[in-house]
Design a protein around this ligand. Structure first.
Ligand code: DGT
Ligand code: CA
Ligand code: CA
Ligand code: ZN
Length: 581
């Protein structure tokens, strides 16, 4: 649906709300709501529907409605709406977007309690002022407060990992419909693996006669707290977590073009449509068409959309108009790292330090994931809260690692001795070289002094011949804390020079995609890790791979796509290089 349709539908909805708040004529309120519904269901652009007089023929759209639409298309405003808005305090109007807050509730608040702002409204709810009002009761107040909390949250963007899990649950629910659904996929920024997601988009293809059933099933998912819209082609819901999910249905033959369209990004799609135009084609969510005859020439498969433009299909993660279009036209897109390339986990914790699972459980899970190796990277001694290990405890742990290796090596799986060693404030390491030398793979990370510039501190750590990867290089922990000041360009340069990898930590989303891209362009190595503190978290790897793909990472530079031999070669190369220097 076009933006204009949405905007206009919202204005009619809002006018109905205001009239209801003012206690006006029920008939007009119903009319406005019906118009809002019609507009949001309109398959074409309201502007063209107006020009072709299609709107004029629709029942439910009278002459005064047409006048308002005409005014909006001409001026971007509706006078009637501007007049109505002045009759209600602005800050109360805003509350109408919150679940469970309708115009009637606001009217009561305004009339009986003299409430004129959002803040007063929340305060009155908390203080139980509504309880005295007939038909209101503490349960209703509680429900509204909960709704407001969710609503506030929904205004923030969703961290990728959270969106991923929410979407997985919704997909599971949708799959219960079985063969009513032909294809289903996430789209939008979640498919592009953006670090934060505005709302979750899900696309479904199915024969038209199944659509009603599909939207019914979607909106009745038990994680839904509010249904924002339920239509023939699109429904929107709010989940308990306050997050919004949109679901769209298309016909099976439209699957490819719709998936392309709803994956975005908008910038990417604008460029794609321009290229289509130059080639005498038109591309939209319904398919690929010839401009002259209007004939539909494709759209069932997503690749086909790009093929018809004579280009490669850029992976969803890089569809941002960041240079991918030019390369795709020349058929020169790089082959990005894929989840199936990953051969091992480089960073995880067991209950020897702050992990929740035993070494054996972590090892078993990694083996089941089909990996060749796992680095045991428990914290070092100065991480007291994390129960960090001193040299003696590492040596004890090695005994257990050796025992497990006897069991796993014959199956082609290798447990590597390692540590996540703390980089101390002066850039020295929390473990002596003698211990590090006996390890197979060492991560060094900063866990203190987040306020200072840590560039030199990290560079010093990189110059240790036994440090193979810098853990979470910028210190950013998405949604929890900003990173420390650090010159990423210098780190990348030194990483390349010393043969040290930079970690892309899936859970912290550090490195950002931008930084991955810088590292890749400079030819520095990256390690994609889950930093798992439980066996379950080891499964987050594909998301990390998605983040790396967004940074255009190629397998040659991602060290955990290497076979064990190659990985050990990477380790040895640094030791030899720095020993010589
Ligand atoms: P978000 O939700 O803010 O993280 O970002 P997206 O990219 O998921 O954006 P969203 O949910 O508004 O729309 C999903 C996709 O649908 C978007 O990436 C491209 C496509 N799309 C939506 N509206 C428009 C539009 O007005 N023009 C174009 N070209 N594409 C659109
Ligand atoms: Ca979205
Ligand atoms: Ca959306
Ligand atoms: Zn860690």
């Amino acid at each position: 649906m076009s933006k204009k349709n949405q905007e206009l539908a919202r204005i009619f909805e809002r006018m109905a709300d205001i009239l209801e708040f003012l206690g006006e004529n029920q008939y007009r309120i119903r009319t406005y709501r019906r118009v809002a519904n019609l507009l949001s269901e309109l398959p074409e652009d309201v502007e063209s529907a107006f020009k072709t007089k299609k709107l004029h023929k629709m029942s439910g759209i009278g002459s005064s409605t047409l006048e308002k639409i005409e005014e909006f298309l001409r001026t971007g405003k509706i006078t009637k709406y501007e007049e109505l808005r002045k009759k209600v305090p602005e800050s109360l109007l805003e509350l109408l977007d919150a679940p469970g807050v309708g115009p009637k509730t606001l009217r009561i608040a305004y009339d009986k309690l003299g409430i004129k702002t959002k803040e007063d409204f929340i305060k009155a709810l908390k203080e139980g002022k509504f309880n005295k009002i007939k038909g209101f009761g503490p349960q209703k107040a509680e429900k509204i407060l909960k709704g407001l909390e969710i609503w506030e949250k929904s205004k923030e963007r969703i961290p990728l990992i959270e969106a991923h899990f929410l979407a997985q649950e919704v997909l599971e629910h949708m799959k219960k419909l079985g063969n009513a659904i032909q294809n289903i996929s996430v789209a939008g920024s979640l498919r592009r693996k953006k670090e934060t997601i505005g709302d979750i988009d899900i696309l479904v293809s199915a024969p038209r006669e199944r659509w009603a059933e599909i939207h019914e099933h979607f909106t009745s998912y038990d994680g839904v707290v509010e249904v924002l819209a339920k239509g023939e082609t699109k429904s929107s819901v709010v989940l308990q977590s306050g997050r919004q999910v949109d679901l769209r249905t298309v016909e099976p033959k439209q699957w490819g073009s719709a998936l392309q369209y709803f994956t975005g990004s908008k910038q990417h799609n604008i460029r794609i449509r321009d290229i289509a135009k130059e080639k005498g084609l038109k591309i939209n969510e319904y398919g690929v068409f010839r401009l002259d005859t209007g004939e539909r020439i494709g759209g069932e498969r997503e690749e086909e959309v790009y093929e018809l433009l004579g280009m490669q299909m850029p992976p969803p993660e890089i569809r941002e108009d960041w240079g991918e279009i030019e390369l795709a036209l020349e058929h020169k897109l790089p082959r990005l790292v894929e989840p199936k390339d990953v051969k091992g986990e480089l960073h995880m914790h067991t209950n020897w330090s702050d992990g929740v699972n035993t070494l054996e459980e972590m090892v078993h899970t990694a083996y089941k994931l089909g990996y060749q190796y796992i680095v045991v990277g428990d914290h070092s001694q100065s991480a007291r809260v994390a129960n960090g290990l001193d040299p003696e405890r590492y040596k004890k742990q090695w005994k257990e690692i050796e025992r497990l290796n006897k069991e796993y090596n014959p199956k082609g799986f290798y447990i590597l001795k390692g540590a996540e060693v703390d980089i101390l404030p002066d850039g020295s390491l929390d473990l002596p070289d003698e211990i590090l030398e006996e390890m197979d793979f060492v991560i060094a990370s900063i866990h203190s002094r987040f306020e200072q510039d840590n560039t030199e501190r990290i560079i010093k750590a990189m110059r240790n011949p036994y440090v193979n990867m810098i853990g979470h290089p910028t210190g950013r922990q998405y949604g929890y804390r900003e990173g420390y000041p650090v010159d990423i360009n210098k780190l990348i340069e030194e990483a390349k020079r010393t043969n040290t990898a930079l970690e892309l930590n899936t859970q912290r989303m550090d490195l950002s995609s931008e930084n991955v891209r810088k590292a890749v362009e400079a030819g520095a190595h990256i390690g994609i890790t889950t930093d798992a503190h439980s066996a379950k978290q080891l499964a987050l790897m594909p998301l990390g791979v998605g983040l790396a793909r967004r940074g255009w990472a190629v397998p040659e530079l991602v060290i955990n796509t290497y076979d064990l031999d190659e990985l050990m070669k990477f380790v040895r190369k640094k030791r030899e290089k720095l020993a010589r220097a």
